[in-house]
Design a binder for this molecule. Structure first.
Ligand SMILES: NC(=O)C1=CN([C@@H]2O[C@H](COP(=O)(O)OP(=O)(O)OC[C@H]3O[C@@H](n4cnc5c(N)ncnc54)[C@H](OP(=O)(O)O)[C@@H]3O)[C@@H](O)[C@H]2O)C=CC1
Ligand SMILES: O=C(O)C1=N[C@H](C(=O)O)C[C@H](O)C1
Length: 259
């Protein structure tokens, strides 16, 4: 018997990723585009209210803002579904805790990047960080995005930072250096530095450099098109079918295991 298509609702449907998701879901025979919604009050273009959308969907795919994603996760948990794929970035600790709380009731895949290649890079970064002595090898993460991006460092850069810190067996927050300016002094050993570029239409570029006396190792990824984020989010939505409540990430979906 052929499986019935998974019914997808798209949050933030008029945004850059919302539009990309709409196109990708429409052409995927495993999925039915059940509903699209945007901000409260947004109408036209086939949009419905959030409440109507949630009633029609098995999975909601959400690329919006931290506040909107947290609210959506809370509402989905209160009504016992649907499951959620969250791609928004820029969450603070309180917002992340709220999503973790919702994941006690519903299944959620949340990732700063739905790119397959990027999630493979996360494992390579963790491996390199484990192998290279932090007293000799400085870690520097550089990310570049389009001029419209509102959070920094990117969710992906933070994932890469967590992978590097995890490889060293430390908590990223204790060693992260998110910005530098002025008379900052010499670089302390063990620091994980972030640098941010914003401009034009850059879809997303990330590099992690391990810098030692006389040599440099750089691992990098460049996104040329948002379509692969949409494909990754679809893989996550399909993977969610029948999953118990919990907060999962793209490495779970891809079967890459913990970094
Ligand atoms: N994890 C991943 O692989 C990827 C993650 N992202 C992340 O996804 C998020 C969205 O990115 P992008 O599409 O470029 O940004 P956009 O600003 O283009 O889209 C976000 C949309 O969400 C809408 N929105 C705001 N509040 C609500 C709400 N309460 N309900 C429904 N919709 C709402 C905004 O509306 P309005 O226009 O009216 O403000 C906006 O159109 C960002 O956090 C980005 O970092 C992006 C690409 C890949
Ligand atoms: O805002 C974007 O565009 C992107 N955001 C994600 C992030 O913060 O890492 C993923 C991707 O790089 C595009």
């Amino acid at each position: 018997m052929p499986q019935p298509p998974i019914r997808i609702a798209i949050a933030g449907a008029l945004g850059r990723m919302g539009r990309q998701m709409t196109d990708a879901v429409r052409v995927d025979p495993r999925l039915a585009l059940a509903a699209r919604f945007h901000r409260p009050g947004a109408v036209g273009d086939g949009l419905v209210s959030r409440e109507e959308a949630l009633a029609m969907a098995d999975v909601v795919i959400d690329f919006t803002t931290p506040a909107a994603s947290v609210d959506l996760a809370r509402i989905c948990a209160e009504r016992g579904g649907p499951a959620l794929v969250i791609g928004s970035t820029g969450f603070d600790a309180t917002e992340l805790a709220a999503i973790a709380d919702a994941a006690k009731t519903i299944a959620i895949v949340r990732s700063g990047s739905f790119s397959l290649g990027l999630n493979m890079l996360v494992g390579l970064v963790e491996q390199a960080a484990r192998a290279l002595d932090p007293d000799d090898w400085d870690v520097e993460i550089v990310e570049a995005h389009h001029r419209h991006k509102v959070d920094a460092p990117s969710g992906t850069a933070l994932m890469l930072g967590h992978a590097a810190a995890g490889g060293r067996g430390i908590d990223l927050e204790t060693v992260a250096r998110r910005a530098r300016d002025g008379a900052i002094g010499a670089r302390p050993p063990g620091e994980i530095g972030f640098a941010v570029v914003r401009g034009g239409s850059i879809v997303g570029e990330h590099s992690v450099s391990f810098c030692a006396e006389g040599e440099l190792v750089t691992l990098s990824h460049a996104a040329g098109d948002r379509v692969m984020f949409a494909r990754g989010a679809i893989a996550a939505a399909l993977w969610l079918e029948g999953r118990p409540p919990g907060e999962y990430d793209m490495r779970d979906v891809l079967g890459f295991g913990a970094p």
